[in-house]
Write a protein of this length. Sequence first.
Length: 124
Amino acid sequence: MPKGTGLVAGMVVFGLAMVVFVAWLIYGGVAGKQRGLSFKNLTTADVVLRLDDGRSVRLAPQAEQTLPVKPGQFPQNFTVTDADGNELYHRRFDFPEFKNYEFRIGIGSDQFVVYKGIDSPGTY
């Protein structure tokens, strides 16, 4: 057996395994079912973000938290409260609009701040 035959065979097996894995992700319905939605507290006070599905996240000033979300969980209200539980504001979101915001949402003092490009916040 020539030298390197085992290495070439191993590379071929690895390549086939990767093709099968990628095909399983694409056609098996696994990929694209969940995304990470990143929230950043842009205020100078602690806030709590509450979602209709029961999740809540306490964010210190400038803190950032990523939550997994699925399309089937939307539309859904996001509510921002102060540390004492007083509602500051809320907004109803639909899943398709997140792709326009790069899946990043800032929590401002009186409204959500969405990112329409890398590090270019806008308001909505």
